[in-house]
Design a protein around this ligand. Structure first.
Ligand code: NAP
Ligand code: MG
Length: 422
């Protein structure tokens, strides 16, 4: 792995701090490999580290997650490893005090952020959907709707009302939801004007920065007030930035959600699709599988005041970790985890004006893409690659191949642009 030219590689230095959040299982294993083989030999970062291992969250009564989120607010840039969201089986497995909430949920709520998921396109891993040639980025509103709802089972005949009682007194308002003649179900959902507005603004900021058309879709023909409010806020916010849209050469397009779904599968891609919470949940999985593999899906949480948290979109890859624990070789794709690191490093460089840091991140991204494009890939990609390579490499083997390519790239002093459009 080491060649004679190694001495010629000078480490790039970061000016300011990145918040590092370690995690669980297979991704924790990958995390350590990526740091020691792909980052530490080449870059001197300033890291403020929080260990979000499920046992550490348990030991600190989850205070460590809150501290990590506060640190991202303070530092502006973070990178997070995948973490276990404990259910009852995990509470038993790790002997936890309780089923702590999802760290991503906690961090998202504290940053009031929007999650953007973007597939990484590799030339020899063609999307299942033939028309897609550019990434489709999903911006998912991460507050409210069915994820923060009140549900009730209706046992038999009776009326359900929707009642609003003004906090300062005044006459309550009410509406009949349904007059039940027999058993049924009911649910109350809500959203906040402030949250919708910051969602719209964050999507506009992302679209302008990446020069992508912005789509927003809802069903305002049916939910005239609920979805209509989303549509109206997007209209106001995009209207306010009309000159910037023109300057960037991008458009804002509103579509009904069903129309958008029909369009998306026939579209070449290259746009940001702002989705309401549930649509974003569903569509991001559709888009991930349409583009190929979860191992190639990157994710960034952006707050309205410009804080960034980068991560892979996948989980801790438990099935592979069980093999790893048994001492068996694994073939887990580290691409999305590497891109979480390069996203954070490049953003740090951009914010600090340290170009060489950003350039290092781009070189590492190019090394990953070229490694796959020259046929060295993990098992998840071999079945969907065209042409299919004769064999797949191990988790470690892939990272070593990337390291070798990165070393020769840096030693040659070539500054290759990233293959993946960003
Ligand atoms: P997962 O970890 O994403 O893995 C699901 C399956 O997808 C894997 O078993 C594997 O399929 C494939 N896969 C995912 N990432 C891959 C990669 N990098 N390389 C190769 N194959 C990959 O989802 P999960 O098994 O449902 O969840 C496991 C744990 O992760 C849970 O405890 C959950 O709470 C947590 N989770 C965390 C996050 C987060 O922190 N952002 C997100 C989701 C889930 P094969 O086994 O068929 O190879
Ligand atoms: Mg989902």
């Amino acid at each position: 792995m080491f060649n004679a030219e190694e001495g010629a590689i000078q480490k790039v230095r970061a000016k300011n701090t990145i918040v590092e959040m370690d995690g669980d299982e297979m991704t924790r294993v990958i995390w350590a490999m990526v740091k020691s083989e792909l980052i530490e030999p080449f870059a001197e970062l300033k890291l403020e580290r929080y260990d979000l291992h499920v046992k550490e969250r348990d030991r600190t009564d989850d205070a460590v997650t809150v501290q990590a989120a506060e640190a991202i607010r303070r530092r502006g840039v973070g990178v997070k490893c995948a973490t276990i969201t404990p259910d009852t089986a995990r509470v038993d497995e790790y002997k936890l005090k309780k089923a702590w909430p999802s760290p991503n949920g906690t961090i998202r709520a504290m940053l009031d952020g929007t999650v953007f998921r973007k597939p990484l396109l590799v030339r020899n891993v063609p999307p299942t959907i033939r028309s897609w040639v550019k990434p489709i980025v999903i911006g998912r509103h991460a507050y409210g709707d069915i994820y923060k709802s009140a549900e009730m089972r209706i046992p038999g005949p009776g009326r359900v009302d929707l009642v609003y009682t003004p906090a300062g007194g005044g006459a309550p308002q009410s509406l009949v939801v349904h007059d039940f003649k027999g058993p049924g179900i009911v649910r109350g959902v809500h959203n906040l004007e402030s949250s919708i507005r910051s969602f719209a603004r964050t999507c506009i900021h992302y679209a302008l920065e990446e020069r992508l058309d912005l789509w927003f879709s809802a069903k305002d023909t049916i939910a005239k007030i609920y979805h209509g409010t989303f549509r109206e806020i997007f209209r106001q916010e995009t209207e306010a930035r009309r000159a910037d849209f023109q300057k960037a050469g991008i458009q804002y397009i509103y579509m009904l959600i069903d129309d958008a779904v029909a369009h998306v599968v026939r579209h070449p891609g290259g746009f940001l699709w702002a989705c309401m919470n549930y649509d974003g949940d569903v569509m991001s999985d559709m888009v991930a599988s349409g583009f190929g593999s979860l191992g190639l899906m990157s994710s960034v949480l952006v707050s309205p005041d410009g804080c960034y948290e980068f991560e892979a979109a996948h989980g801790t890859v438990t099935r592979h970790f069980r093999k790893h624990e048994r001492g068996e070789p694994t073939s887990t794709n580290s691409t999305a985890t590497i891109f979480a690191w390069t996203g954070a490093i490049a953003k740090r460089g951009e914010l600090d004006g340290t170009l060489e840091l950003t350039q290092f991140a781009r070189s590492l991204e190019a090394a990953v893409m070229e490694t796959i494009e020259y046929g060295t890939m993990t098992k998840d990609l071999t079945s969907i690659a065209d042409p299919a390579p004769p064999a797949y490499v191990t988790t470690q083997g892939f990272i070593e191949a990337v390291a070798a390519r990165l070393r020769s790239k840096l030693a040659a002093g070539r500054r290759m642009p990233a293959v993946a459009p960003r």
